[in-house]
Design a protein around this ligand. Structure first.
Ligand code: GTP
Length: 510
């Protein structure tokens, strides 16, 4: 389990370490706290000097015997004393407690001034300054163990630290509520903030987070606990995402421009390696003087929406493709149902309903309507002479001339075999005859010469023309009148156009 400290505990520790550092620095510079080791060493030196004064006095009265008695007595009384010796200037040990020679030598140089003291004594007979010898006093070494470390000063500092940290902590807990935005924000506001599905953070003027909602924290990897006080760029997932966009981060843009930033979209990978697509917006928080006091940044995770959109677009593309295919199939079906496959002209089944509609409309609105019946002359002999394949080519060429000669409103139909008809709405008998005549000429000029034959035959055609003003009562009768006119063309030598006149029916019967 990872131990994490809250902001209050962190600030307490920071203040405490600052106070302890100040105390230690003060002690180092001014020696505020007494050093017990130094004090003990001074007391020992004083004690050694007192012994030396007494020894010098006794020596002056030549009471060496008395010195030999006093020294063990001193050792017995003070357990800190190890040994005492009186040494002449020529290094001869005059008087000493047992084992002094050995103990004195054992003390190394570092012990001088701490547990080993040599006090020089003079000779009265040779003047005060003359060096007679020295009194050597050996004490037990001063404590250097762990407990020596815990001097009263250290103990004081430790106590101060412990009590200080507790006091700081509780004090800061009460006072930081005014500084810690997360604590200062009323619970209801934070709840409303957390209820937002968008991840939202509020930055201060130094672009540090002062507030973040739970949706933002959900975007963070699990181990990120402390959000407030950090810059957005300090989150690795966000920083990596920012590297892939050309523009400056939206919140920086917002601080610079003092207006709502341009929307930025970037991808960020979370702690589980999942890539999120984020739409980022930033809006400035301005004060009364229009200065930017902070910025509100929202992160809208559109990963799932994007995926759904992508699927929808793919689906739409599929649908539109299917629709196009359907339209092609419909067109093909219509063509198969209504158009003669060999010539491209309308078939009779689809032609007549439309021709009847045109006839009814012309009658109702008193509009011109003409009808041409066309037939290739002596077509049977074409088949007989050149075969059915050539016969088919002749029919196709004939139909193509009819279709090319018709207006958009005209309807060309293969009436049957090599016989065709054309409905011409808006055309009177004369105009229709002109059309038929032009077709007739083209047929004569072009059909035979288009065939792969040598020599090329001359193919002609005959036409019968009838107009609605001829008195036809129905579309069928109009077609019949044109057929009668066609009969006349055939009967009168073919390769000609004839307009229907009353009485032609008699001629046809006759
Ligand atoms: N090659 C071919 N021949 C066809 C087709 N449909 C009908 N025919 C033939 O066209 C011929 C029509 O001849 P007819 O109606 O007797 O008249 P015609 O020979 O054109 O003589 P006239 O109309 O009197 O000038 C018949 O021999 C049919 O077999 C077709 O699609 N292809």
């Amino acid at each position: 389990m990872k131990l994490t400290l809250g902001p209050t505990a962190r600030i307490s520790l920071g203040l405490l370490s600052l106070a302890v550092t100040l105390l230690l620095a003060l002690d180092l510079l001014l020696g505020v706290f007494p050093d017990p080791a130094r004090q003990a060493a001074q007391a020992r030196r004083q004690f050694a000097e007192n012994i030396a004064i007494q020894v010098a006095s006794l020596l002056m009265h030549d009471e060496r015997e008395r010195i030999s008695q006093i020294l063990p007595e001193l050792l017995r009384r003070d357990p800190a004393l190890q040994s005492i010796g009186v040494r002449t200037a020529d290094s001869r040990l005059l008087v000493a407690t047992p084992q002094h020679e050995l103990l004195w030598v054992q003390g190394d140089a570092q012990e001088t001034g701490r547990s080993r003291f040599a006090v020089s004594i003079g000779s009265a007979s040779r003047g005060e300054d003359a060096h007679w010898g020295q009194v050597e006093v050996a004490f037990t070494p001063l404590d250097k163990g762990l407990f020596a470390f815990f001097t009263p000063a250290i103990k004081l500092i430790l106590l101060f630290s412990l009590a200080g940290s507790v006091i700081y902590y509780f004090y800061l807990r009460r006072t930081l509520i005014h500084l810690d935005p997360s604590a200062a924000v009323p619970e209801r506001v934070q709840m409303a903030f957390d209820a937002m599905s968008e991840a939202v953070v509020v930055l201060d003027a130094k672009q540090r987070i002062v507030m973040a909602n739970s949706s933002f924290e959900k975007l963070l990897p699990d181990d990120t606990t402390l959000v407030t006080g950090r810059c957005l760029e300090s989150f690795p997932w966000l920083r990596m995402g920012l590297e892939h966009i050309d523009a400056i981060p939206p919140w920086e843009d917002c601080f610079r421009s003092k207006t709502r930033s341009e929307t930025a979209i970037f991808e960020a990978t979370d702690g589980d390696g999942k890539v999120h697509r984020l739409v980022v917006n930033a809006s400035p928080v301005l004060d009364a003087k229009n200065a930017v006091r902070g910025c509100m940044v929202s992160f809208n995770d559109v990963t799932e929406l994007d995926e759904a959109n992508r699927q929808l677009v793919a689906l739409m593309a599929d649908l539109s493709e299917s629709k196009e295919q359907l339209e092609v199939q419909n067109r093909e079906l219509y063509r198969l149902a209504n158009v003669d496959p060999m010539t491209g002209a309308r078939n009779r089944r689809s032609f007549f309903p439309e021709f009847e509609r045109l006839f009814a409309e012309a009658r109702e609105r008193d509009l011109p309507l003409a009808f041409i019946m066309a037939d290739i002359d002596k077509f049977k002999s074409v088949n007989d002479n050149y075969g059915h394949a050539i016969g088919d080519k002749v029919i196709q060429k004939f139909a193509s001339i009819l279709l090319a000669s018709a207006r958009d409103t005209d309807i060309v139909c293969r009436y049957g075999g090599e016989e065709f008809c054309v409905a011409l709405p808006g055309a009177d008998a004369e105009q229709a005859w002109q059309v038929a005549e032009r077709i007739r000429e083209r047929v004569k000029a072009e059909v035979g010469s288009s065939l792969p034959l040598d020599p090329q035959p001359v193919i002609t055609s005959s036409f019968g023309v009838a107009s609605i003003i001829s008195g036809a009562e129905s579309a069928e009768q109009l077609a019949d009148f044109a057929d009668q006119a066609l009969y006349h063309s055939k009967h009168n030598g073919r390769n000609r156009c004839t307009t229907y006149t009353v009485g032609m029916a008699q001629d046809k019967k006759g």
